[in-house]
Design a protein. Structure first.
Lengths: 260, 413
């Protein structure tokens, strides 16, 4: 089983995000591997440990995205590849999915492409499906459990976590899988992995390297970016002579405010 | 000169921080209240390699450098002192002592399982009647054929009831003209007949840790388990303290950071006189003081760690780092309580635990007064470092991580 895990570098979820003059800023908060992607890396490593093969972490992003790849290497991925090109900067998920699919095709011989369910910064959650579409592979999104992998029979069986409940799906390989956090507990990077990751040379592929002769323009635009409005709260003390009187007043107020 | 941490150091920091915040922080208040260490937490630290972080891979460790050890201690104590204390005795005092002084056979039998976290190790120097005055210790080791017979009691021993191995200091030559020359060090398994031990309860702080006593009554130890030469015990003990004090310094730095972070959170959230208390200059002064001491403590321990890496003697620098950081952490905890007001006085917030935990480090591994004397001694030329028969090996990546050692979880590199 040769697996690609697609990872993204995102701001730490603990960062205070602000918007100034239409630009989003997270101050000097550290950039980390997208927390959802850690679950994908873990599941990929477990699948490899059970069935052999290798796990390759791939990221499309600026130089700084190396850190996310190093985290994946420290967790135990065998290789990492950074796809970086000025033309890809600021690309939307249509652009990024094209680059990821091209990189996966260039690597070749991949049975599974794994993703976290979404990235914590843009939160679109559509990249896995778009990559699947471009590769022509089945898209198994929101996977909460992998119940069986049959490398010989070329199938994978998963549970998808849907609003209505769990959906059991059996799919041919190769496939794209995006995972939810129910799937597993990500391991900590090992010290051995940290040493390996810190010494690793991560190859950088440009758009030309992956055969993207032309980079499509982003279909998505951000005409205006603003911080969510502050929710104004006010406190009102209900007083009264007895508990019954206060309860009656409270109910009246709740009806008045259309809460009930 | 480069003040930047290497990528691997940042990853170590993050990994240890994640571990402590995920697996310890949610439970620490409860463990502290119960005055008991969680039985699984040291095993977990062992599995993750934290207990052998800077021991070369050929001796079962993780092959990281001494800066990684310091950074790990900083992260551990930022969550709770008990975790760092375990590092100090198991790794700083005992395992690094073995790396420096033990024979290869001894390292194989004792250091390897310790570095892998399979065996826990303690350090038995202090006695009920001998603390700072090490040379007055009364535990005895009498040669009898191929064995030594150990007798005596050790007190204030961290991991007393948990450790599998102890480094035990005893007097082998009561007639030595200088009592310093009459001591020797022994590798002692806790299950040898005649060894008894127990925990001390009712401590001011570090209540989630294990501290106790260890007693030897006619315990026979084969002579091959004497570490170093006969009469070398005092030098060995002092060298071990260079390792232990380094971990205490780094840990206390983490405690200062914890005080600072708690204070920043609270000062921004608490309102008084119609505004955040963070807006008041007297609160800001306390915060500025914590920033100052955190940065100073950090530079001091990282310098000591760098000196260890390059294989340079660092008794003076390590002592300074330990003295400064432990005093500053107590001060920071006290100020953090002041910022929290009455809430800081209850265990609803962490800062009261920080204060209780900080106090002990001004006593163990050299009281603050001992460190003052050490610093004055060096400054006045009254004290010089003599060369040791065995020096702590410095760090070279090739030596630390020799081929053949493979992490089972990540496979070969």
């Amino acid at each position: 089983m040769n697996i690609v895990v697609c990872v993204k570098q995102t701001p730490d979820t603990a960062a205070t995000v602000t918007v100034e003059n239409g630009k989003v800023s997270w101050g000097d908060a550290p950039l980390v591997i997208n927390p959802w992607d850690e679950f994908a890396v873990e599941q990929a490593l477990r699948t490899k440990e059970a069935h052999g093969g290798k796990v390759i972490a791939v990221s499309v992003g600026p130089e700084a995205a190396r850190e996310a790849l190093k985290h994946a290497l420290a967790m135990g991925c065998d290789e990492a590849i950074l796809v970086s090109d000025p033309g890809l900067q600021g690309g939307d998920s249509l652009v990024i999915s094209k680059a990821l699919a091209a990189a996966i095709e260039k690597i070749g011989g991949i049975d599974l492409a794994m993703f976290g369910r979404q990235a914590v910064d843009s939160d679109t959650g559509v990249t896995p499906a778009q990559v699947a579409r471009r590769l022509g592979w089945p898209a198994l999104t929101l996977v909460a459990a992998v119940s069986a992998v049959d490398p010989a029979g070329r199938t994978i069986s998963v549970d998808r976590a849907l609003d209505e409940g769990r959906q059991q799906v059996k799919s041919p390989l190769p496939a794209v899988v995006s995972v939810t956090k129910e799937i597993c507990e990500p391991r900590y990077p090992s010290f051995m992995g940290i040493r390996k990751a810190s010494k690793a040379t991560i190859p950088v592929w440009s758009a030309a390297d992956i055969g993207m002769a032309s980079i499509p323009a982003a279909a998505l635009s951000w005409p205006e970016v603003f911080a969510p409005p502050k929710i104004e709260t006010k406190v009102e003390m209900i007083t009264g002579d007895s508990a019954d009187a206060m309860a009656a007043k409270l109910v009246a107020r709740l009806i008045e405010e259309k809460v009930l | 000169m480069n003040f930047e941490l290497e990528p691997e150091h940042r990853m170590v920091q993050q990994m240890v921080r994640d571990f402590a915040e995920r697996e310890v922080a949610p439970h620490i208040r409860e463990w502290d209240r119960r005055q008991a260490m969680d039985p699984g937490i040291l095993r977990r630290m062992g599995e993750l390699g934290i207990l052998g972080i800077c021991i070369p891979t050929r001796w079962g460790g993780q092959g990281m450098d001494y800066l990684a050890l310091g950074l790990a201690c900083e992260e551990l104590e930022a969550v709770d002192t008990s975790l760092r204390v375990a590092m100090s005795v198991h790794l700083g005092l005992n395992s690094l002592g073995l790396l420096q002084w033990a024979s290869d056979e001894q390292r194989q039998a004792f250091l390897e399982p310790q570095a892998r976290g399979e065996k826990l190790a303690g350090f038995c120097l202090t006695e009920p009647g001998a603390g700072s005055d090490v040379a007055s210790l009364t535990a005895s080791a009498r040669r009898d054929g191929e064995d030594y017979v150990l007798n005596g009691e050790k007190m204030w021993i961290s991991l007393a009831s948990r450790a599998d191995h102890f480094l035990w200091f005893a007097r082998t030559n009561p007639q030595a003209a200088d009592p310093h020359d009459g001591l020797s060090a022994f590798l002692l398994e806790a299950d040898r007949p005649g060894v008894t031990r127990g925990d001390i309860h009712g401590k001011l702080g570090i209540r989630a840790g294990s501290t106790g006593w260890v007693n030897c009554q006619d315990v026979r130890v084969p002579a091959r388990l004497r570490m170093g030469e006969e009469g070398e015990g005092f030098k060995i003990a002092m060298a071990c303290l260079d390792g232990g004090r380094y971990t205490v310094a780094a840990g206390a730095t983490g405690l200062i950071r914890a005080c600072l972070e708690a204070s920043l959170r609270y000062a921004r959230q608490r309102q008084a006189f119609g505004r955040q208390v963070a807006g008041f200059q007297l609160i800001q002064r306390k915060i500025a003081g914590m920033v100052q001491s955190y940065e100073m403590a950090r530079l001091l321990y990282l310098r000591a760690g760098w000196m260890k890496n390059v294989g340079r003697r660092n008794t003076r620098e390590t002592s300074l780092a330990k003295w400064f950081a432990t005093e500053a952490s107590f001060q920071a905890a006290s100020e953090a309580i002041q910022i929290h007001g009455a809430y800081g006085y209850s265990d609803e917030y962490d800062v009261e635990r920080y204060l209780r935990n900080a106090r002990g480090a001004m006593l163990y591994e050299g009281t603050s007064e001992i460190h003052e004397l050490i610093q004055a001694g060096y400054a006045l030329g009254l004290r010089q470092d003599a060369a040791l028969r065995c020096e702590l090996p410095g760090y070279t990546p090739e030596e630390a991580a020799t081929a053949g050692a493979i992490d089972s979880r990540t496979g070969p590199m």
